[in-house]
Design a protein around this ligand. Structure first.
Ligand SMILES: [Zn+2]
Length: 148
């Protein structure tokens, strides 16, 4: 399997989140599964690799993953911008919604957070800079904003 490429700032940002007591979750649309491009198992393989990479960097691993494997044409209830996957994680892990963030590089990520009742944040997407969601250059800039 090929290595996963991480942005240079990501590990530093994750360290800060960890030091502030945040737990990390992944909420991901994988419509390639529903479209038949790749298997759900291959998504799990990538998620395991993410966890291994975090361990190698002495970072806390993701506490859970929520995956929507459906194609848009499936009209499922989980696909972002639906807040359903986040709502399920909130219930399963007793997440405090007023102290949580949904961070993504797409507007639908932030919208899915909003739809689940948590603050949406956009990073690495200049076209989102003028939206109603807080926007940061990258994950590290957002992490630093939490330290203030
Ligand atoms: Zn779905």
């Amino acid at each position: 399997m090929e290595d996963i490429e991480w942005y240079a700032d990501t590990f530093k940002a994750l360290k800060i989140f960890e030091s502030l007591g945040y737990e990390l979750f992944v909420v991901t649309n994988q419509s390639g599964v529903g479209r038949g491009y790749f298997s759900l198992e291959s998504v799990y393989v990538i998620h395991r690799q993410l966890q291994n990479d975090l361990r190698e960097h002495k970072l806390a691993v993701f506490k859970d993953f929520a995956i929507c494997p459906h194609a848009p044409s499936d009209h499922c209830h989980c696909r972002k911008p639906s807040g359903q996957m986040i709502k399920d994680l909130i219930e399963k892990h007793h997440i405090k919604i007023d102290q949580s963030f949904m961070i993504g590089d797409k507007l639908i990520d932030a919208e899915s957070g909003k739809n689940a009742g948590i603050q949406g944040v956009v990073v690495r997407n200049q076209s989102a800079a003028n939206t109603t969601f807080p926007f940061f250059k990258d994950l590290l800039e957002f992490a630093h904003s939490l330290q203030k």
